[in-house]
Design a protein around this ligand. Structure first.
Ligand code: MG
Length: 274
């Protein structure tokens, strides 16, 4: 079985310091937290940025600051979110790709969140895919339901995303697929055999879906973006969530991938090789 790739999604759009003091929100905090997560065993950093009021931001300068603070200090694969809670127009979603990350998330459909629509219309998805192709950025297809797998496969057929594809199954978010192992098995059966996949279980499902993914040969995303608790009533830190997944994986007989091993598994190009 491939070594396990652990993604640290340390910030996200939602948790604020009033909810958990452990969420990093400034570029310096995000970079420092990323290094702790790398030390703990993560190989990908999924990046969101916030403004000074901790609101999700689409400012490419903030993304660039995070990356500058990490330059020369980390081997982590940097993956920029192109998620839309910080803005839905094409310009604000694509500009951050000019910071030249190795990877970026690409949600291949729209979702009803409890109080809003996470809108990803076809032309925006295509535009993001084209920009990623142009900058040699590997997309992580963020999949909230089965139709989004089909939409991602269509991008591949249309030549907008080179194979092998990499998927992230987001499970347990209201409006997305429920976090059930049957759904995870079905998702895996819907993707090409050369594709790689990870799972983002939301809330308490982060641990349970992560364990299933470890056993099924997939990869795992952890972090406060998706889950702020270590267990019921006990707040987590990002690095502790990474450490736990490393421990669980090794206990189950699966070693974890270094960032460069993760680059090999994901077929990343030469962009950030030593
Ligand atoms: Mg995200």
């Amino acid at each position: 079985m491939q070594k396990l790739i652990i993604t640290a999604a340390v910030t996200g759009s939602i948790p604020k310091k009033s909810k958990t003091p452990h969420v990093p929100t400034t570029p310096q905090e995000i970079a420092d937290c990323a290094l702790r997560c790398e030390e703990a065993g993560a190989s990908i950093l999924h990046i969101h940025v916030r403004d000074q009021q901790e609101k999700p931001s689409d400012d490419p300068a903030l993304f660039a600051q995070v990356m500058d603070k990490l330059k020369g200090r980390t081997r982590l694969i940097l993956q920029v979110s192109t998620g839309g809670r910080a803005g839905t127009d094409m310009e604000s979603r694509t500009r951050r790709l000019q910071t030249d990350p190795e990877m970026a998330s690409l949600t291949t459909g729209s979702v009803n969140f409890p109080n809003s629509v996470y809108a990803n219309p076809p032309d925006l998805i295509q535009a993001l895919a084209k920009e990623m192709l142009r900058f040699h950025i590997k997309p992580e297809m963020e999949v909230f339901d089965l139709a989004m797998i089909e939409n991602a496969l269509r991008l591949e057929r249309e030549g907008l995303t080179p194979a092998p594809l990499h998927f992230n199954f987001v499970m347990g978010l209201p409006g997305a697929m429920p976090a059930k192992v049957e759904h995870l098995v079905h998702c895996r059966s819907c993707i090409p055999s050369d594709a790689t996949w990870t799972v983002s279980g939301i809330g308490p499902a982060q641990l349970s879906m992560g364990v299933h993914a470890i056993l099924m040969g997939g990869h795992v995303r952890v972090g406060l973006e998706d889950n702020i608790y270590f267990k019921k009533g006990e707040l987590a830190t990002n690095e502790r969530l990474v450490q736990r997944m490393v421990h669980v994986s090794r206990t189950l007989g699966r070693e974890t991938a270094s960032p460069d091993e993760a680059r090999d598994i994901l077929g990343l190009g030469e962009k950030n090789r030593t």
